[in-house]
Design a protein around this ligand. Structure first.
Ligand SMILES: [Cu+2]
Length: 157
C-alpha cells in the first residue's frame, strides 16, 4: 500500500529525474536556511560502466551554483568549495548530503519556500548533463537524507 501511494505521488509530482546517458538522480531536495543561499541534496546514480564526475551545476534560481564539500580542519568540520568535482564510480551511487558533498546555490534570485521547485542542470563532463527538478523541503531532517541507500524507504515521502 505504501508503494502504491508513493507511485501515485510520484506520478503527480515527479521527484526523480531519469536521464539520458545513464546518469540519474534520486530523492533530490533543496533546503534554504536564508533568503540568499540554499543547498541541494540528492543521490547521484551512475548506471554507466564508466566512472562519471559531477563537475558543476547551474540554475536560473541563483546567481552562482558551486560544488561544496565538508572537510575537517583542526577538529572542526568546515564547508569549502570543491574544485575537483564529485566522482561516481561505475554503476555506483554518491549521496549529496548535509555535512558532506553538496550543491550550493548562492545569490538566490528570490527566496525559496517549501513546495517551490528548483530546476538545476548537473554537468557530468564527458558523461553529459542532467536536468533535475528539486522541491524545496526545509523540514527535512538529515537522518532521512542519509538513510541506507541500499533499501529505498518510500514511507518517508
Ligand atoms: Cu555549501
Amino acid at each position: 500500500m505504501k508503494l502504491y501511494v508513493c507511485a501515485a505521488l510520484a506520478a503527480m509530482m515527479p521527484l526523480t529525474a531519469f536521464a539520458h546517458d545513464g546518469m540519474a538522480v534520486e530523492d533530490a531536495y533543496v533546503r534554504s536556511t536564508n533568503p540568499k543561499t540554499a543547498g541541494a541534496f540528492m543521490v547521484l546514480d551512475n548506471h554507466r560502466k564508466v566512472a562519471c564526475t559531477l563537475v558543476g551545476a547551474s540554475s536560473d534560481a541563483a546567481e552562482r551554483v558551486e560544488l561544496h564539500t565538508h572537510q575537517e580542519a583542526d577538529g572542526i568540520m568546515k564547508m569549502m568549495k570543491d574544485e575537483d568535482g564529485f566522482p561516481i564510480d561505475p554503476e555506483a551511487r554518491h549521496a549529496l548530503d548535509r555535512g558532506g558533498d553538496h550543491i550550493m546555490m548562492m545569490g538566490l534570485t528570490q527566496p525559496l519556500a517549501d513546495g517551490d521547485v528548483v530546476k538545476l542542470v548537473l554537468d557530468f563532463g564527458d558523461c553529459g548533463t542532467l536536468d533535475v527538478e528539486a522541491p524545496v523541503d526545509n523540514q527535512r531532517t538529515p537522518a532521512e537524507a542519509s538513510m541506507d541507500m541500499g533499501e529505498m524507504d518510500h514511507s518517508s515521502h
